[in-house]
Write a protein that binds this ligand. Structure first.
Ligand code: GLC
Length: 597
């Protein structure tokens, strides 16, 4: 009996460990891949964001929404296909662009909201087969190219919204209504059989990318219909991934393979389940001739790295033109990313989040990889310290070896390690113009000390309400307004203690500055900072007002840095820092930060 209990306990325990990493076997290729291509291409590409001389209506310039936004009849909409240059269109070029950009999968809008199928669909006449002569099947051409070049195929299918079918969901139904039976006719007549076609006629499909961004309880589609759809995928292609925009969250249905964040929404925290950000280089998904706010290569590259460092994927969109061309502003940046990945891909593919806090270091982001033989950290340097000394704070073990990922010889970089502080001496020249990667090798996964505040690149310690040790879960931090014109702050009404932990590698006297706002003339409020048994205190003084923005009648409380004096940190090691604030009865103190340097 005892043995059985122990085995059950063990089973439960191993399950807990496994469920920490909620990646099922099916999704392993996806989390290994990290980087993919989204392709928005369809009838709308022929309009380039304009219809009969008028720009796409709505302030959200999504070119693929043209039919709906500009109230176009579906029969007239397809005249846009006259602009397509079928001799030039070659999906293999998109696949090659993906490959050369270091992407491992592509996802094509097989059917977008306009309801038009980019394949030869027997289910609907609103499809390419019916509007091209000789017939074209872009899904087939893309699937073949993917197979040829070793890229996984993903297909976007707009299941919820369909502006073509008599009973599909179209937002005007909010006015005119639709019955559950009518919607189910659309579902059973178009969605299910088209999905059957896609999953039967094109070989292995890596994923179906559904698109519904509100909960099913708030719209016409039912949970049963969504489960029917998912069931069909599991039946026809058990290895095919399904994203959460099916309309079922991972929390509601753990069988969903990964979570899709909002459009252009990057990750904000580490997750144990697979997730992905869909992103554009400018704004629109489909080609829009007036798109202009192009993101830079380093912005895009950092988005990929940031997401990887939080266990997420990044799928970057191309909106090819009606002749198949990909805008230079997009292709050139993707190819630059590909070049970077051809040197540094090891830090992205198959890499994942490390245990330290996501913004532990101000110089960049960390990913990691564990193999049977060793454990590697990849330090992505976004901002190289001027003194070329890179600190890695929070790891107890000393590394085995440190080198630049771009260096084929793996020449060792000099470093020192004490306590939980590794200082790496970088070479005088940074090897990469975007992001250099430093590899730190350990024998096995090192232990961390959570919650230490690292040294900034300019050699100080920035102690915030948000990086305390221990973390103060119940603390209310008032958000910043207008990009920090009114900075984040904590309103202190009664005596309160804040505490932090730092590791000091350079002992000696250091200045202690505290930033706060106080709007009273009384001299009864006090604050004190205590380190290693020594306390320095100060009477809190009025910080006055300032003008938030000229001529806007916007007067705000002033937040000011106040120098408390110096404190000696006698030797290398860990220090606890405590800040005590004692506000007088008359007025609260609004605390912002402590700075030690
Ligand atoms: C939104 C839009 C759609 C676009 C998609 C990409 O759902 O409706 O046009 O395809 O996001 O993430």
């Amino acid at each position: 009996m005892k043995n059985i209990t122990i085995s059950i306990l063990f089973l439960l325990l191993s399950f807990t460990v496994f469920s920490q990493k909620q990646t099922n076997e099916r999704a392993k290729w996806f989390t290994d891949a990290r980087f993919g291509m989204f392709i928005h291409w369809g009838v709308y590409s022929g309009a380039e964001g304009f219809w009969k001389g008028e720009k796409l209506r709505n302030d959200n310039d999504y070119a693929e929404w043209l039919l709906y936004r500009n109230r176009i009849e579906k029969e007239e909409y397809v005249t846009l296909l006259d602009r397509f240059d079928w001799d030039d269109i070659n999906p293999e070029e998109w696949v090659l662009l993906a490959k050369n950009s270091g992407m491992k999968y592509v996802t094509l809008t097989a059917k977008h909201h306009d309801g038009f199928a980019l394949w030869d669909s027997k289910v609907s006449d609103y499809d390419l087969g019916n509007y091209t002569n000789p017939k074209r099947d872009i899904v087939k051409e893309l699937a073949n190219a993917c197979k040829k070049h070793g890229i996984k195929l993903g297909l976007y299918y707009s299941h919820w919204v369909d502006w073509e079918h008599k009973y599909g969901w179209d937002h005007t139904r909010e006015v005119y209504g639709i019955t559950a039976e009518e919607y189910d006719t659309y579902w059973q007549e178009k969605v299910i059989p088209q999905m059957r076609e896609l999953l039967t006629n094109y070989g292995d499909v890596g994923m179906i990318w559904f698109d519904m961004w509100i909960h099913h309880s708030r719209t016409v589609v039912t949970k049963e219909q969504l489960l029917q759809l998912k069931g069909l995928i599991r039946e026809l292609q058990p290895n095919c991934l399904v994203n959460s925009r099916l309309g079922l969250s991972i929390e509601e249905d753990p069988d969903i393979d990964y979570k899709t964040l909002g459009d252009n929404q990057l990750g904000s925290k580490k997750e144990d389940f697979p997730w992905q950000s869909p992103a554009t280089v400018a704004h629109s998904w489909g080609f829009h001739s007036t798109d202009s706010k192009w993101k830079s290569t380093s912005t895009l590259l950092k988005s990929l790295i940031d997401n990887t460092s939080l266990n997420g994927n990044f799928m970057l969109n191309i909106g090819p033109r009606a002749n198949g061309d990909v805008p230079y502003e997009i292709s050139q940046k993707m190819l630059e990313m590909g070049k970077w990945l051809s040197v540094n891909g090891e830090s992205i593919y198959g890499a994942e989040a490390f245990d330290l806090r996501k913004d532990q270091h101000d110089w960049g982001k960390i990913t990691c990889k564990e193999t049977a033989e060793e454990f590697k950290l990849y330090l992505h340097i976004y901002n190289c310290p001027l003194n070329k000394k890179l600190n890695l704070t929070g790891i107890i073990q000393s590394p085995q070896k440190i080198y630049l990922l771009a260096d084929k010889q793996k020449a060792s970089l000099q470093y020192t390690h004490t306590g939980a502080f590794t200082e790496i001496q970088l070479t005088s020249k940074e090897p990469d113009k975007y992001v250099s990667v430093v590899v730190v090798e350990y024998e096995s996964k090192p232990e961390i000390i959570d919650g230490i505040v690292s040294k900034t690149v300019d050699g100080g310690y920035s102690l915030l309400p948000q990086n305390q040790n221990p973390e103060d879960e119940y603390l209310i931090v008032n958000r910043k307004e207008r990009g920090g014109t009114v900075p984040y702050h904590v309103i202190v009404k009664n005596n309160k203690t804040f505490s932090w932990k730092i590791y000091v590698d350079e002992p000696g006297e250091k200045n202690i500055d505290v930033s706060y706002s106080f709007q009273n003339e009384s001299d009864k409020s006090k604050l004190a900072v205590t380190v290693a048994g020594k306390t320095i205190s100060q009477v809190i003084s009025n910080t006055g007002k300032t003008v938030g923005e000229p001529n806007q009648n916007w007067v705000i409380d002033n937040y000011k840095s106040n120098c408390l004096g110096k404190i000696n940190f006698p030797e290398k090691g860990f220090y606890n820092i405590e800040l005590d604030i004692e506000p007088s009865k008359e007025e609260d103190v609004k605390f912002q930060w402590v700075w030690i340097k």
